[in-house]
Write a protein that binds this ligand. Sequence first.
Ligand SMILES: *Cc1c(COP(=O)(O)O)cnc(C)c1O
Length: 400
Amino acid sequence: MRAADESKEPPVTIAPPLSPVPQQRPQAEPRVNPRSAPTTPVLTVDLAAVGGAYRQLRAALPGVDLYYAVKANPSRAVLDVLRGEGACWDVASPGEIEAVLAVDPDPARISYGNTVKKPADIAHAHALGVRRFSVDCDAELDKLIARAPGATLLVRITTSGAGADWALGRKFGCDEVTAGRLLARAVTHGHPVGTCFHVGSQQRDVTAWDEPLMTTARLRAVVRAHGTDLAVVDLGGGFPAHAADPTPDVPSFGRAIMAAVGRYLGPDVPPLMAEPGRGLVADAGTLETEVVLVSERAGRRWVYIDVGLFSGLAETMGEAIRYRISAHRDARPLRGPTGDVVLAGPTCDSVDVLYQQHRPRLPLDLRVGDRLRIHAAGAYTTTYSSVGFNGFAPLREVHR
Ligand SMILES: *Cc1c(COP(=O)(O)O)cnc(C)c1O
């Protein structure tokens, strides 16, 4: 509705207002440079940083083939960069195989690392030339023996997930006794075999690889007793992003892991691979988001932004991944005193609250229209964005 003093038309109301309707003074519209302030929410991925992360991890893990876990960020531009660096691929579905083959036609460079696969998808992958599959139970091994003859089978052992902010152990892996049986069965059916494990994502303890490598050494004895040796040991993923909590640097992980490899698998170390996802792409991504509302609820300051649990920040579930966040106005950092906030997404769903226990600190004068930058957000964001829950668009991604 137009304000009374702007209207040149005769009023249609019966009683004209006695005094001008008090104009609710809107907050000043932020003056934004459209080039430095893109439409939010948007994830900007620095492709040079992806290449740099790959080279750094490669240097830290000498002799280890790196299979990029595509689910972390499957965008074509990211796959192209990693292809250029010489990466191999860890995939979980026919869709990911297709995405990878579009940038790298060699199916021998693909590992089908999902332990839960439809029989038809195994057959399809095998027909395309994929020759490396993961397994953690007899029923899945039955499928692989039937549909992936001759393929290398990696038996996934369980890990505690200790030290990781995003543990994976409850859904995947098997105990040592089961692993020994699966390895023996696979060997008996003529498969080359290996072991694999995942120490949990956003792993912040450099010694987390020790225990599964120790288990691998004992399983190696089982395999050797069947007249062969491990064709590969897969060190999995887990390498952390630079989130809010401090993490050791990549060389520290490399030193600890390679020392454990030597200790438990040396001197005759089997071929090694790893499946980094987050560690290659997270730090390269910055998610820019706009402050929609700042309000006071039950004595706490709530900040609502235009990205949430359904539009890319699924890993804040249980406040597991705690991002670094900075505040900006007119493309400049907001300085000044800060206070803690509850941070929430924009949808009409009460679970769409990002942080309530972990209390990010944001400037006290933060207001509607300011920008928050969520750092190290290049992994597990665009792919976790829903198709548009509650009418909020999926998270866009751009590259520089
Ligand atoms: C997701 C996944 C990875 C990547 O894990 P990050 O913690 O992102 O490095 C590696 N391997 C498998 C089997 C996975 O499912």
